[in-house]
Design a protein around this ligand. Structure first.
Ligand SMILES: *Cc1c(COP(=O)(O)O)cnc(C)c1O
Length: 376
């Protein structure tokens, strides 16, 4: 059996180990220390826009804290893109709130501005104004930032920008991760850079960052003993993990270039294939890190299916995966209201994520080409 080709696996740049060793040598093995601060400074410099970053134990923790900081509580409603990973929506339920799911549009596969507005108007008519909007840049593709922001502004609802998959992507030259009232990043093992497990919350003010750090370190009041006036969480990133992050930041732009090269590689394979398209930016306003490269098979034009491609890749031990199953179709969210048509459902039915790691070798690309050329 050939060695396995993964969808997206960790890719170290080389200096990560030195930062981790330094953490050991100086005995900073805690959820604070020079790597935590150094990593946050790198992220702030990278994102620009005078943002403040608090590094946390995961992207999910960052989403949870974002909802807490926005005051989401029991009985509230929060709008969320349906076509996403469950981690975008679960923190709504952690807070005792109800998710209201919204469909995607075909250009970016992300939240449809039209259905977003329909959902907001209908929820208000039913008596409850949504407390927040969670919009996601899936697979690294920026959502329709201007349209979504305009609607959020019109109804005065804050945006939580889930940029877990989109570090390094930009919209009109501005970084994803800077468009929300609060934004989040993930450094899970499969993401464009990893701290083995980690995330961050991006805020507009130092005060908000400090609140996030406070809540993420058990909400200790300023007293010599342990005193608590609010409920805290153990969500801070460790100095060991942040050391990996510091090294990864040094190679982030290289990783983006390599993932974009993968996308161009798949675009070329399917260039003349009727009924199979690769997700690409719709205009020069959009710049995707192409975290994952995805295809869509049009059942009306193609003689094959996403499933057939997936199973054929598997015969050579090559991993591929259906696109995210929409949240409104998940058993756990079956009672949640949904606004939209069938866009996310069709994406799920006919789409496929292909191996997209920044560490994909030429030899692996040759194996992938051999399989995929059977379908074009
Ligand atoms: C990975 C991911 C998350 C969660 O991040 P973790 O660091 O794994 O907790 C949230 N949203 C999206 C869209 C993701 O892909």
């Amino acid at each position: 059996m050939n060695t396995r080709i993964y969808l997206s696996s960790p890719h170290m740049g080389g200096t990560e180990r030195a930062y981790v060793t330094e953490a050991f040598d100086t005995n900073w093995i805690a959820p604070l220390g020079p790597n935590v601060q150094g990593f946050e400074e790198q992220l702030e410099a990278y994102l620009g826009e005078e943002k403040h970053v608090a590094s946390l134990s995961s992207g999910t923790a960052a989403l949870h804290l974002a909802l807490i900081l926005l005051g989401v509580g029991a009985g509230d409603e929060v709008i969320c893109q349906s076509f996403t990973f469950s981690a975008s929506a679960n923190p709504i339920v952690y807070q005792g709130a109800t998710p209201i799911f919204v469909d995607s549009e075909w250009d970016t596969w992300n939240m449809s501005p039209d259905y977003l507005e329909e959902a907001i108007m209908d929820r208000i008519a039913k008596g409850k104004k949504p407390k927040a909007i969670i919009a996601v840049h899936l697979y690294g593709m920026p959502y329709k930032v201007e349209e979504i922001n305009a609607i959020a502004k019109k109804y005065d609802i804050p945006i939580v920008e889930d940029s877990a998959e989109a570090l390094g992507s930009t919209y009109k030259g501005r970084s994803c991760g800077t468009f929300g009232d609060l934004s989040i990043l993930s450094f899970n093992g499969n993401k464009i850079i990893t701290t083995s497990g980690g995330g961050a919350i991006v805020t507009n003010s130092l005060e908000m960052k400090e609140k996030a750090v406070f809540l993420s370190t058990q909400a200790r009041d300023d007293a010599p003993h342990y005193q608590h006036s609010s409920i805290g969480y153990n969500y801070r990133m460790s100095n060991v993990c942040a050391g990996i992050g510091r090294g990864q930041m040094e190679v982030l732009d290289d990783h983006i270039a390599l993932r974009r090269k993968n996308n161009a590689f798949y675009a070329e394979i399917f260039e003349n294939t009727n009924g199979i398209s690769v997700l690409k930016e719709g205009s020069s306003d959009y710049f995707s890190n192409h975290w994952l490269s995805c295809i869509l098979v049009d059942p009306k034009k193609s003689s094959t299916t996403a499933k057939a491609i997936r199973l054929t890749l598997a015969t050579d031990n090559i991993e591929s995966r259906p696109l995210w199953k929409p949240m409104h179709l998940q058993p756990v969210f079956k009672e949640a209201p949904y606004y939209g048509a069938k866009v996310s459902e069709e994406l799920f039915k006919n789409g496929l994520c292909l191996p997209s790691g920044s560490n994909l070798s030429d030899e692996e690309r040759t194996r992938i080409t051999t399989i995929l050329s059977q379908f074009n």
